[in-house]
Design a protein around this ligand. Structure first.
Ligand code: PGA
Length: 255
C-alpha cells in the first residue's frame, strides 16, 4: 500500500530543448489544462535561458520551476557556471542534481554531487537527487552497491531537516531516452531498497515520508503501472515532458 501522505510528484526535465517563445507556448497550454483540484506537485526544468520567462509565467500558480544543474560556489570566476542565488533569483524552487547525463557525459563525481546538494540546501533550493546504475552495473549485479554509494556519498552527515527537502529520483541509465523503461517491479525493487537505506541511515519516519520518483522513458502509457507500485511517488520525465498534452496526461494519471 502506498503511503498517501506522500504527494505525487511529476517533473519535466527539458534538457537542451526549447527557446523562450517555445517555453511560453508550452506553459500557457499547460496551465490552461491543469487538473483542478491539483494534488500533484508539478515541476518543470527548462534550460537556463528560459528560466526568467518561465518564472514570471508560473508565479502564484500550481507549477514550480527547477534548474537542471548548478555550481556549488556562491559566486566567483567560474566561466559558464550558475549559482544557487541566480537560480533563486530567476524563480527556481528545485534543482536537479547528479543527473546521469551530467555524471556520464560531463564527468560529474559523487563528491561534486554532494557539494551541489549542500549548496542547494543552504540556499533553500529543493534538490532532485538523481541516482541510477548503468546497464553494465545492472548486468554485473552491482545495482545495490552503486545506489548505496551514490546515495550515501551525497547525503552523509545531512540533518533530518535537510534530508526532508526535495525528492530522490531513481533513474537507471539504460532506461533514459531509450524507450526502454524499467518494469514497474524492477523499479519498485530499487525504490524499496533506497527507502531501506534511508531508514538505516536516518530513521523510519524520514524513509516513509521521503518521495522517491522514477525516471527513464516514462510515458502517459506506462506511468499508471509505475505509480501503482507502493514506493514509486511520481516521475522525472524527459522526452514525454516536451509536449504539453503528454505532460498533462502524465499529471492526470497520478493526480
Ligand atoms: P526520458 O529522460 O524520459 O527521456 O527517458 C528522463 C530523464 O533524463 O530524466
Amino acid at each position: 500500500m502506498k503511503n498517501k501522505s506522500r504527494r505525487p510528484w511529476i517533473g519535466g526535465n527539458w534538457k537542451m530543448f526549447k527557446t523562450i517563445p517555445e517555453t511560453l507556448d508550452f506553459i500557457r497550454e499547460l496551465l490552461a489544462g491543469m487538473p483542478n483540484p491539483i494534488r500533484t506537485e508539478v515541476v518543470i526544468a527548462p534550460p537556463f535561458t528560459a528560466q526568467h520567462a518561465l518564472g514570471r509565467e508560473i508565479q502564484g500558480g500550481p507549477v514550480q520551476m527547477a534548474a537542471q544543474n548548478v555550481h556549488w560556489a556562491d559566486e566567483g570566476a567560474f566561466t559558464g557556471e550558475i549559482s544557487t542565488r541566480m537560480l533563486r533569483d530567476a524563480g527556481c524552487a528545485y534543482c536537479i542534481i547528479g543527473h546521469s547525463e551530467r555524471r556520464h557525459l560531463f564527468g560529474e563525481t559523487d563528491a561534486q554531487v554532494r557539494q551541489k546538494l549542500l549548496a542547494c540546501l543552504k540556499a533553500g533550493l529543493k534538490p532532485v537527487l538523481c541516482v541510477g546504475e548503468t546497464l553494465e552495473e545492472r548486468e554485473g549485479d552491482k545495482i545495490q552497491d552503486v545506489i548505496t554509494r551514490q546515495v550515501q556519498e551525497a547525503v552523509q552527515g545531512l540533518s533530518l531537516e535537510d534530508m526532508a527537502q526535495g525528492v530522490i529520483a531513481y533513474e537507471p541509465v539504460w532506461a533514459i531516452g531509450t524507450g526502454r523503461s524499467a518494469t514497474p517491479a524492477a523499479a519498485q525493487e530499487v525504490h524499496a531498497f533506497i527507502r531501506r537505506l534511508l531508514e538505516d541511515r536516518f530513521n523510519k519516519t524520514l524513509a516513509m515520508e521521503k518521495r522517491i520518483v522514477y525516471g527513464g522513458s516514462v510515458t502517459p502509457e506506462n506511468i499508471r503501472d509505475l505509480y501503482a507500485e507502493p514506493d514509486i511517488d511520481g516521475a522525472l520525465v524527459g522526452g514525454a515532458s516536451l509536449k504539453p498534452e503528454k505532460f498533462l496526461a502524465l499529471i492526470k494519471e497520478v493526480n
